[in-house]
Design a protein around this ligand. Structure first.
Ligand SMILES: [Zn+2]
Length: 212
């Protein structure tokens, strides 16, 4: 048994962190007091400032890069990213839209220099709401996040129409995006005169009723 220097309570040795410098091999501060101290310490403004400054130093950045290049760490980071995308629809949309826009610039041999949300002309939450509305409008059924994996981001006016970087940016405005079922998107492809018909709608409804 030992008395904690902070809370003055007498507790068994196991309740004290190990400390080689002490005679009995345990710290004078109990584990719960140490935890409180640590939490408070991390909240101190001078500690936060020091930490913020430290993570910007070339020394820290190099160390972090080496750490993140380790295969097991790389795998862990990637898994976390994929998990987040799968559990958070908005995160998935942010990722997919960014990739889609980067690739459409690449395909034309141009470079995407603006931020995705600037090209879209709205924030991602508004974009997601817009997409859901196009889905409801296209298929006449209420939105459900479970449809996400079945849908493609379609450009209403196909990108093939763009002859300049400026036009490509215009065609990536959020108002030119809609949700289409993957097979309908493939059928539409670069066609300008393609329209969603009632038989398309029935086909999709039949598909999801079989799936669920
Ligand atoms: Zn204590």
């Amino acid at each position: 048994m030992k008395k904690c220097k902070d809370c003055n309570k007498t507790k068994p040795l196991i309740k004290y962190p190990k400390n080689k410098l002490m005679k009995d091999g345990h710290s004078n501060q109990c584990k719960s007091c140490r935890n409180i101290y640590r939490l408070e310490y991390r909240k101190r403004s001078d500690v936060i400032l020091k930490r913020t400054a430290y993570i910007k130093t070339p020394e820290y950045i190099t160390k972090q890069k080496i750490y993140e290049a380790r295969p097991e760490v790389k795998a862990k980071i990637n898994k976390r990213r994929v998990d987040r995308r799968n559990s958070d629809p908005l995160n998935k949309i942010i990722h997919n839209t960014r990739c889609l826009i980067i690739n459409c610039f690449k395909d034309k041999g141009w470079l995407k220099t603006s931020k995705t949300y600037k090209i879209l002309g709205c924030d991602y939450l508004t974009f997601f709401e817009h997409l859901k509305a196009t889905f409801v409008n296209n298929y006449n059924i209420p939105w459900d996040d479970k449809y996400l994996n079945l849908l493609n981001l379609d450009h209403i006016v196909p990108l093939a129409a763009a002859v300049s970087e400026k036009e490509l940016i215009k065609l990536n405005h959020h108002s030119n995006f809609q949700y289409l079922w993957e097979s309908h998107n493939i059928e539409k492809s670069d066609k300008l005169d393609w329209n969603l018909t009632n038989s398309h709608r029935e086909e999709f409804i039949q598909y999801i009723s079989l799936e669920t």
